[in-house]
Ligand binder design. Structure first.
Ligand code: SF4
Length: 366
């Protein structure tokens, strides 16, 4: 079981409580971005292109706590930028632990080893280490050699010290399903609690505009990766969201399910788009024209989006929205092999796919 029972219970009782109150727009995970600065410059990233004066800014711990209290979501994901570069990240994490929030502290792993002693293991705290695949692919995707080895060393150290650790993998066009499956095997052997997956979003600011996935390509890729699944693989995600990525079910976007708060305020409407900002969470919920977003809205910015920050909350809503949803989740949890004779993904290693041609960026540190 990848997620502790206490976390599942907290989320389940929270979502059921919101449904009993007939609240339509409720958050499940707060995406708290305390800074945009990063020590990498990945080709598919839409965050690090801000000018220097923006990259220098960061949220104070008080701003973080106010956002968490306003929003009320039981889980808080801390992406970035690289959150471990925030000088008060320990204070922020401790404040959230005191509030009994389940924290996903995202990191590329480069600073994890040297900062690990500043944190204490807790069932409420997970490090989510960005790993885009095996060594060759990961280093290429993040545009810096040696990153995989450094992140892997930090993962092993964090596990040895009793921390919860998951990985987060973003997949782009050109990903080799067989290599991704080997990566899953490796991460499970290393001992991570679970893995998270997402197709890359077509950020219009990202340097590489050629390798984002269309919806059909996303479904084909995830079907190739996740069919004939190995028993030992554990995913720290809604099993129905994984079925959605494989094209086995359809969902409408739930952008308010994972709202984003960052140095600009509450971002409208989601983690990926920037159609304005609100000063308060209530203002975000009450003034955003939600009907303008999601694939079904016809908004071209949403046309190819299947990203977890829009659609995983939809899957969670489905789970707790009906007995059918609960049954589908139970089935997906216990019968998750997804045999598919049409998908050739469980064979002896095949010839290597050509290396994806992501854009390399030279940074001052590289
Ligand atoms: S479809 Fe994607 S980009 Fe559009 S609102 Fe939903 S999460 Fe945001």
């Amino acid at each position: 079981m990848p997620v502790p029972v206490s976390q599942m219970w907290t989320v389940a009782s929270y979502v059921l409580g919101q449904k009993l109150k007939r609240r339509k727009h409720f958050p499940v995970v707060l995406m708290l971005e305390p800074l945009m600065r990063c020590n990498l410059a990945c080709a598919g990233c839409g965050k690090i292109q801000y000018p220097g004066h923006i990259l220098k800014k960061e949220l104070t711990p008080e701003q973080c706590f106010n956002a968490v209290d306003e929003c009320g979501a039981p889980m808080v994901s801390i992406p970035g930028g690289e959150p471990l570069m925030h000088p008060q990240i320990v204070e922020i994490v401790e404040g959230l632990l005191a509030r009994k929030k389940y924290i996903y502290l995202c990191t590329n792993g480069l600073l994890l080893k040297e900062k690990l002693h500043l944190f204490k293991p807790s069932k409420y705290l997970s490090f989510v280490v960005h790993m885009d695949g095996l060594k060759e692919h990961h280093d290429f995707a993040v545009c810096r050699e040696g990153t995989y080895d450094k992140a892997l060393e930090a993962i092993k150290l964090a596990l040895a010290r009793g921390f919860r650790v998951t990985t987060n993998t973003t997949l782009f066009d050109g990903a080799d399903p067989q290599s991704v499956r080997e990566f899953f095997d490796t991460m499970m052997e290393v001992g991570v609690e679970g893995m998270m997956l997402s197709p890359g979003y077509t950020y219009d600011k990202a340097p590489d505009q050629e390798h984002f996935l269309s919806k059909n390509k996303t479904r084909r890729l995830f079907r190739q990766i996740l069919s004939n699944r190995h028993e030992k693989w554990q995913f720290n995600m809604s099993p129905l969201f994984l079925e959605y990525l494989m094209g086995k079910r359809e969902y409408k976007c739930t952008p308010w399910g994972m709202p984003t708060y960052n140095i600009f305020g509450w971002q409208k409407p989601c983690y990926l788009l920037q159609d304005g900002y609100a000063d308060t969470f209530d203002e975000l919920i009450n003034t955003t024209k939600w009907e303008r977003y999601g694939t079904e809205s016809g908004n071209p910015k949403c046309a190819n989006c299947m990203v977890h920050s829009g659609y995983e909350a939809s899957a969670v809503n489905h789970t707790f929205g009906s007995l059918g949803g609960l049954w589908a989740t139970a089935k997906a949890t216990f019968f998750h092999r997804y045999p598919d004779p049409e998908v050739d993904n469980d064979q002896t290693p095949r010839p290597k796919a050509p290396t994806p041609t992501l854009v390399h960026i030279t940074t001052p540190e590289s």
